[in-house]
Design a protein around this ligand. Structure first.
Ligand SMILES: [Zn+2]
Length: 589
């Protein structure tokens, strides 16, 4: 398959630099200037004018702004693990939190100092000093200094209305608060000044909004990040105001950043618009998590800058192949559902269903894909359904090397039609479909055989005052009989636990597998008999996810079939070793 992005400047192409810690492969011709280029006052370089690509620094605030999102809560360990993942990906700035707000954030800054985050700089976040108080006496200011981070992000009021009505200070006192706070912090670290409500403030009183930036810049702030805090500004306005601010501050040695919220679903477009007029830093969160409609999704920002727009380089020119994994890691750590339709890294981002599309995809991937899925660590999925016809099935079958075998293809098609009549739907159960092809082709090798299973459900566990279920299963793995039991919150949970308990001795890789979704539907089978139950299960091993399906008139049996397929798929995928034949008929409990 051809690489549609091979001719893009400014970013290593996928596969060219497999080591994430390396700079861009010189073979790409990418010139990777250091972060201090792009001086103020000059025309934005690298906007497709043939000059060397302009580095756009990526500032992540998943751990602070992201944690304001509904249902998001990170433990200390979560925050540390996310910070390490961000550093591995090449994120330039990692905002760790607000050291005055809670003990967890204080502990984070203490602990993160001991970790090697490569070139990533950790930032502590805090507000300007309180009114009528010296910066050095303000506990918030002192907490920021005590965080001992190489960067401090200071947020201040831009909008005159907010200064007088929310802070209840005069406009001059607000300017003094910004300037004195920036000056105090600049003695200890680099200062990034976040101009809160900049675009709304500029609309209300442009002269005063610019004065607030001057207060920060003249006090030694290195960066001025313009915030669309309410997320309501349009891209053309972002570009116009950012350009004006940059011009007004031309005399200062300062760079600009952009911080967009997504309330109008324009955060990505707004961030790119600011970059085009000279912003050198984009602030946002992984997957766009954050308050209300969230912050800008840095995944999309990075992918667009590196793969789509010309003249920019991000993440120091590293390949973007870990983006999909990073996205999923953050969802899982935040305990949030993935967004299947998320651009670039979503499960459906490169999923093809329509038969004509699939037919074309088989011929040339570029016809229906805007980028090579592998360039962001994602993969193409072909969804199988009777709607899409023979092309889809051939595409999936091609992976098994049987695409040329017409007789086998006919048998697969006939079996799919038969199963769809029973209530099967393979669109989101491609792992079950893979196994189906193996079974028909005769290449399926069972890793275990079910002898029996039994469920005791609906009992009440008095000690925890909740209903629970027990599963008892008997399996044969090689020549060994395994007999195991497990408890769960419900019958499927208990069955899953017992199944993996019985197999984990032989197949330790199953310990990393967990169920992330379980769906039950009642379907009318076309055969005209009783209604069937369709169970869809989604599993993950932390890196990949796969869907399996089971259909039966009994919900437990349908669930069991989907569970068995999930485990078999994972074992086939890793080409699990055949268990050593043990002594026959040994019973292990
Ligand atoms: Zn924000």
């Amino acid at each position: 398959m051809t690489d549609p992005d091979a001719d893009r400047p400014g970013q290593a192409s996928p596969g060219q630099s497999p080591n994430h810690n390396e700079k861009a492969d010189p073979g790409t011709g990418a010139n990777i200037p250091n972060a201090s280029s792009g001086r103020p006052g000059s025309a934005p370089a690298g906007s497709g004018d043939g000059s060397s690509p302009r580095p756009i620094l990526i500032y992540d605030t998943t751990l602070r702004d992201g944690s304001q999102g509904e249902g998001v809560s990170f433990s200390l360990q979560d925050k540390l693990s996310i910070a390490e993942r961000l550093a591995e990906t090449g994120i330039d700035f990692i905002e760790g939190g607000y050291p005055l707000s809670n003990e967890k954030d204080v502990a984070f800054f203490k602990e993160i100092r001991r970790r090697d985050l490569g070139h990533s700089k950790v930032c502590a976040f805090g507000m300007t000093r309180r009114r009528s108080m010296k910066a050095a006496d303000d506990p918030g200011m002192r907490a920021l200094v005590q965080a001992e981070t190489p960067c401090t992000t200071l947020v201040g009021k831009t909008w005159d209305y907010h200064a007088t009505e929310v802070l209840r200070v005069t406009l001059d006192e607000n300017l003094a608060m910004i300037g004195e706070s920036a000056e105090y912090l600049a003695r200890h670290s680099d200062v990034i000044y976040d101009a809160e409500h900049f675009f709304d403030g500029y609309a209300a009183n442009p002269d005063y909004a610019i004065e607030t930036l001057r207060a920060a810049a003249s006090a030694g702030a290195k960066w001025l990040a313009l915030c669309d805090t309410n997320g309501g500004t349009l891209p053309e306005r972002i570009a116009e105001v950012t350009a004006s601010a940059r011009e007004a501050l031309a005399e200062y040695d300062v760079q600009f950043g952009i911080h967009c919220h997504n309330d109008s679903e324009l955060a990505v477009a707004n961030s790119l618009a600011a970059v085009d007029v000279g912003a050198d830093q984009v602030q946002g969160t992984i997957n766009g998590i954050g308050e209300r409609c969230g912050n800008v999704d840095l995944i999309s920002v990075v992918a667009n800058l590196a793969l789509k727009k010309k003249g920019y380089v991000v993440l120091g020119g590293r390949p973007l192949t870990s983006l999909t994994e990073l996205s999923r890691f953050v969802y899982e750590t935040a305990n949030l559902q993935w967004r299947n339709g998320q651009p670039f890294v979503g499960q459906s981002a490169f999923a093809h269903k329509g038969g004509m599309h699939v037919h074309a995809i088989n011929k040339a991937a570029k016809t229906y894909e805007h980028i090579d899925p592998a360039s962001v660590g994602n993969e193409r999925r072909i969804l199988v359904s009777e709607l899409s016809g023979r092309s889809n099935i051939e595409a999936v079958a091609g992976k098994h090397g049987i695409g040329e075998d017409k007789e086998l293809m006919n048998r697969v098609l006939a079996e799919v039609v038969r199963l769809e009549n029973e209530g099967y739907q393979f669109e989101s159960a491609t792992a079950s479909f893979d196994l189906l092809i193996k079974r028909i082709a005769g290449t399926f090798r069972p890793h275990f055989n079910t002898i029996k299973y039994r469920i005791v459900a609906g009992d009440r566990d008095v000690s925890h005052n909740r209903a629970f279920a027990e599963a008892i299963i008997k399996l044969k793995v090689g020549e060994t009989l395994w007999f195991d039991a497990a408890e769960g919150h419900g019958p499927v949970n208990a069955l899953d636990a017992a199944l993996r308990k019985a197999l984990s001795g032989t197949y330790p890789e199953l310990s990393r597998v967990s169920l992330i979704d379980y769906k039950v539907r009642v379907v009318d089978s076309h055969a005209g008999t009783a209604a069937s139950i369709r169970v869809n299960i989604e599993s993950t091993d932390g890196k990949e996810t796969w869907g399996t399906i089971g259909v039966s008139d009994n919900i437990i049996e349908a669930s069991w079939r989907a569970l068995v397929d999930s485990v078999e798929y994972r074992l086939h995928k890793t080409d699990a070793r055949q268990p050593e034949p043990d002594k026959p008929e040994t019973v292990q409990v």
